[in-house]
Structures are given as structure tokens and as C-alpha cells.
Design a protein around this ligand. Structure first.
Ligand SMILES: [Zn+2]
Length: 236
């Protein structure tokens, strides 16, 4: 674990110029290539580990490396990071343990195990994999998410979540669910456009989502400035 922490933070620092100018989707892809792979080495050890503390420590480290790669704030809710990473230790343990067992059983019989023809494995894959949560998300989404995890300047002990801003300050902004619906809609329209062989679907989705994030970000920033300096803003 110490090695993974050191290595992932070292890679993250080296890739800083690239990461800071990339979309959240690209940052996620780089994290998958360089970091998620390191966690795979822990899976055999974890599958034999009975104490939940070790599992929790690995999950905590994984979230820390993801935040380091994507520039998400430390205050980002755990559920959101888990949705975005799309990497669940329990799912990886279930998949890799099943494959290893099958390979060993087949090897004892002198045969080769092929996962593509195993219907039971296809069922396990369906139950233990989730969709890529970062698909179509621009870098601006990180700034937007980070501002929504800050504390409200007016309400004590309250976080400026989209729900809080709508309920307490009547500021209508997009929630994470709205983004997912927006991305799905954009993907459908760009897929249709791609079939007619015009436009680039991936870049189109990220570009339009960047515009949506920026407009929401401006709305939140203006409100927070207003809440921090009510007299100054009224004079203006
Ligand atoms: Zn408030």
C-alpha cells in the first residue's frame, strides 16, 4: 500500500501539465491506465483477508489517488467519488477469484478455460460491473463539484450542495442527475449525427457539457459573493 501511494502520487505529479489541461474523462482514463492497475496486485491478498479494515484502507487509498488525479476536493462526498471511479474492490475480487478458480479447475483437467464461452461468467460480469461515471464530463465539472462542497457563508454548518442552494437560496442549478440525463441526451443526438458522418461525438458532448458547467459555476459564484458581501453587492 505504501508503494502504491508513493508511486501513484509520483505519477500524478509528473503528469500534472497533461492532467490540468484535460477533461475529467481523460483524467479518469489516465488514472485507469496508470493507477487502477496497481490495485489489481492487491486483489489476491484482499480476497483472503477477513478483516474489513484492510478493505476500507485500500478503498480509502484508491479514492485519494483518484482525487489527486482529477483535482476533486478532499470534501467531495464518498458516494460521488465511487460513482465516478467505477472501480469497486468487491466486484474485482468476485471477478478475479472466479476466473482464477476456473482456470485452475480446467488446468487440472488439462484444458484451457475460455471466459468468453462461459455463460456463468457473463452473468457475473453483468452483476459486478458499472458504467463509466466520468464519460462526457469536462474539466469544468471538477470546479463546479468542488464549489458545491464548500460551506455556505450564510447558513451555519451547511454545505453548498445543489439541493441546499435550491431549497434555501432559491438558486436553480443542475444537479449531478441532470448532468447524467444531459450527457445521455447529447450522446443520442451525436450518435445520430455520427451516423450521417458529420461532427465528433466525444468532443461535442464534452464541449457542450463544459458550457453547461461554466454557466452553473458562474451562477453559484455570483450567489456566494452576494452572501459573503451582502452590503457591497446591494450598493452595486
Ligand atoms: Zn445557505
Amino acid at each position: 500500500m505504501k508503494f502504491i501511494r508513493k508511486k501513484s502520487f509520483f505519477i500524478g505529479n509528473k503528469l500534472k501539465p497533461l492532467l490540468s489541461s484535460s477533461s475529467l474523462e481523460s483524467r479518469y482514463n489516465l488514472w485507469q491506465i496508470f493507477i487502477a492497475l496497481l490495485f489489481e496486485y492487491l486483489i489476491p491478498l484482499l480476497s483472503a483477508e477477513k478483516y474489513p479494515t484492510h478493505h476500507l484502507n485500500v478503498e480509502r487509498l484508491m479514492r485519494a489517488t483518484f482525487r489527486h488525479f482529477t483535482y476533486l476536493a478532499k470534501t467531495t462526498p464518498i458516494y460521488l467519488i465511487d460513482q465516478l471511479t467505477n472501480y469497486k474492490i468487491k466486484d474485482r475480487i468476485a471477478l478475479l477469484t472466479y476466473i482464477s478458480k476456473k482456470k485452475w479447475e480446467y488446468r487440472k483437467m488439462g484444458e484451457i478455460y475460455r471466459a468468453s464461452t462461459d455463460l456463468a461468467f457473463q452473468g457475473i460480469i453483468r452483476n459486478h460491473t458499472s458504467t463509466n461515471g466520468c464519460k462526457g464530463l469536462p474539466a469544468q465539472f471538477v470546479s463546479y463539484t468542488n464549489i458545491l462542497t464548500t460551506t455556505c457563508p450564510q447558513c451555519p454548518n451547511s454545505i453548498c450542495s445543489a439541493h441546499h442552494l435550491i431549497r434555501k437560496h432559491q438558486l436553480n442549478i443542475d444537479t449531478r442527475r441532470d448532468y447524467q440525463t444531459g450527457i445521455k441526451k447529447k450522446r443520442t443526438t451525436t450518435r445520430l449525427r455520427k451516423e450521417k458522418k458529420t461532427g465528433s461525438s466525444r468532443d461535442d458532448v464534452i464541449e457542450s457539457m463544459a458550457q453547461v458547467c461554466t454557466s452553473n459555476l458562474i451562477k453559484v459564484k455570483t450567489l456566494l459573493d452576494k452572501l459573503r458581501n451582502p452590503i457591497k453587492m446591494n450598493k452595486i
